[in-house]
Design a protein around this ligand. Structure first.
Ligand code: PXP
Length: 254
């Protein structure tokens, strides 16, 4: 039997909606609690340097109020490290950040930033926080993560998902092959493999059929769907899509 696959819900864009009017509603913590009640295995939130969606107080409340693991997404800056060490989330996912970007556009360059990341990751490891690095499925990046003693990678699925949604078949196929190869390579290097960015029901089902992937982190699509059918139904439908992916995998390996 393949290992179970966890569903982490990213609540950033509940905060985006809240911030549009500057008040307290809708509350991302309420969304997190609803997602957990419907079966989510964890909650992800990204405290960006510009605080465009999640704010410091949201992160503190998520940590205090949710009963499932909190995955704290952040840039590798001294300010964020201090907040993470004070918050003590289950996990930290290090992502690249550029102020002018609409979303996290690519993976972290762990090869180029190796020397700065080594002490940064060591401090989080020492605090008992599980460190994950958000990277593209590139062998050199993966090898470097293993050397840096971070236990987890999250594969950036954005380019693949965009190509699928836009109907660019060749590009989608090439990106998919890269993900398949990268996931297997990472597992063989002793890393735990997660994936996220741009996933919807169809791409989540496809990627859940990869045995190495044990966690998906999904936000934007789910919050958008929840506007129409609610958070509980969206979580259940995503879980069902992932279960179909795992069933495909079991049928293939039986
Ligand atoms: N994983 C990471 C590391 C991310 O940066 C994001 C986007 O904030 C996600 C997952 C979720 O991506 P999406 O909102 O496109 O589902």
């Amino acid at each position: 039997n393949p290992p179970a696959i966890r569903l982490g819900i990213n609540v950033d864009h509940v905060a985006t909606l809240r911030n549009a009017r500057g008040g307290d509603r809708p509350d991302p913590v309420r969304a997190a609690l609803a997602a957990i009640a419907a079966g989510a295995d964890g909650i992800t939130a990204h405290l960006r340097e510009d605080r465009r969606h999640i704010r410091d107080a949201d992160m503190a409340r998520l940590k205090a109020e949710i009963s499932k693991p909190l995955n704290f997404e952040m840039a590798a800056t001294a300010e964020m490290q201090k907040i993470a060490l004070a918050t003590k989330p289950h996990a930290v996912c290090l992502v690249p950040e550029r102020r002018e970007e609409l979303t996290t556009e690519g993976g972290l360059d762990v090869v180029g930033q190796h020397n700065a990341l080594a002490p940064f990751i060591a401090a989080l490891n020492d605090a008992g926080i599980r460190v994950s690095l958000f990277i593209s499925a590139d062998e050199r990046q993966i090898e470097t993560v293993a050397k840096l003693r971070a236990p987890v990678i999250e594969i950036h699925t954005g380019a693949w998902c965009d190509a699928v949604v836009d109907g660019h078949k060749d590009k989608a196929e090439a990106e998919w092959r890269r993900i398949v190869k990268g996931a297997a390579f990472a597992k063989s290097a002793g890393l735990e493999v997660h994936a996220g960015h741009g996933l919807d029901y169809a791409t989540a089902e496809t990627i859940a059929a990869l045995p190495e992937i044990v966690e998906l982190n999904i936000g934007y699509f789910m919050i958008g769907e929840a506007l129409f059918v609610g958070i509980p139904e969206t979580v259940r439908a995503m879980r069902a899509a992932m279960d179909r992916g795992r069933a495909t995998l079991r049928a293939r390996t039986a």
